[in-house]
Design a protein around this ligand. Structure first.
Ligand code: ZN
Length: 342
């Protein structure tokens, strides 16, 4: 049987109710899973009854002569964020925190907003997504088509977050709720079921670190159950111009800019100290240039794979660090999401 526990990553205090920060020290929560790994993926979650989306349909893993990739854009809104919104909304509905007709808010650079908006639609709640001025128009149009409204905020990511938090609606910021990133554990279970053995390296686009954390927790769960011999090296890949985590790890101080990989914002992640310790043990954080990202996306088209620039960072890193052997790319979003940038 699977058991999950939510507690503060800094002082260890348990979450008391639905607060998004620890009442003792003000830090965000993490979620830990223990117990057996269940074959039916949904059974690895103990905090909701009904999943909004079927969890037993893995996204494909394709193998070309040059790379192996898990195509996370085979999902309702064409990005991996649906996995996290699925577990978060299923939890919020089951627990009674969300009720039909509620007004809820979120801040997003695009993909999370689109996914949030679809799940608001399915949950029959009214969503408002706060976006930064100049955000990707394609993603904004996508999220509006599912029924949520957008509010454009001038200023940095923090200003957008503050506006979403203080707008008077229930704030469902995906970075704060651990049930969101916990949805990405499913990726690790799927890889374990789909491949005869775990790859040596998994290359993961990195922005706020939620995808990285979820895959890590899933791998840890598999390891605890002796279903894998060791955890693959988890690579956190960022654009050079938007590299909050890389800069934190390397003591670099610089202004973060907007990358062509628009889903990767370069903010310092909420749980950056915790993530730093995981990268220190199990991974590596690296950056790739804008030109390398452009070339990577163009090269992947030759293999018939159309991913967004934010996903192509992984292929850029595979080439840059010579990782052709036994590596898996996580391709997070479909290339159609970048049409407004081309
Ligand atoms: Zn605390």
């Amino acid at each position: 049987m699977v058991v999950t526990k939510v507690f503060c990553y800094k002082c260890g205090s348990a979450r008391e109710s639905f607060e998004i920060l620890c009442t003792k020290c003000g830090s965000p929560f993490i979620i830990k899973v223990s117990g057996s790994v269940e074959r039916r993926i949904q059974d690895n979650y103990d905090y909701f009854g009904q999943s909004f989306l079927p969890m037993e349909n893995p996204t494909p893993i394709v193998e070309t002569e040059d790379f192996k990739a898990k195509l996370e854009f085979f999902s309702s809104t064409l990005s991996y964020k649906d996995r996290g919104m699925n577990t978060l909304f299923s939890f919020l509905i089951k627990s009674g925190y969300l009720k039909e007709g509620d007004e809820v808010s979120e801040d997003s650079s695009g993909n999370a907003g689109a996914s949030f908006s679809l799940f608001c639609n399915m949950s029959k709640v009214k969503g408002a997504v706060y976006v930064s001025a100049g955000a990707n128009r394609m993603k904004i149009r996508q999220l509006e088509s599912y029924g949520s409204t957008t509010e454009e905020v001038k200023g940095d990511r923090k200003a957008v977050e503050t506006a979403a938090m203080n707008c008077g609606r229930k704030y469902l910021g995906h970075q704060y709720w651990p049930e969101f990133y916990d949805g990405f554990r499913t990726i690790s279970y799927e890889i374990n079921q789909q491949l005869p053995e775990m790859p040596e390296n998994i290359l993961i686009p990195f922005s706020t670190g939620t995808l990285y954390l979820g895959i890590y927790e899933g791998m840890m769960h598999l390891l605890q159950n002796k279903l894998i011999k060791s955890i693959p090296k988890l690579w956190a890949i960022q654009p050079e111009v938007a590299s909050g985590m890389y800069d934190f790890l390397n003591g670099v101080k610089k202004e973060q800019k907007r990358s062509i990989a628009d889903a990767l914002t370069g903010v310092l992640p909420l749980r950056h100290e915790y993530i730093a310790s995981i990268i220190g043990m199990n991974g590596r954080c690296e950056t790739v240039s804008e030109d390398e990202i452009r070339m990577a996306r163009a090269s992947m088209l030759h293999f018939g794979i159309d991913c967004e620039y934010s996903s192509a960072v992984t292929y850029a890193a595979l080439k840059k660090f010579d990782l052709e052997n036994n590596s898996l790319l996580i391709l997070t979003g479909h290339g159609i999401k970048n049409i407004s940038l081309i």
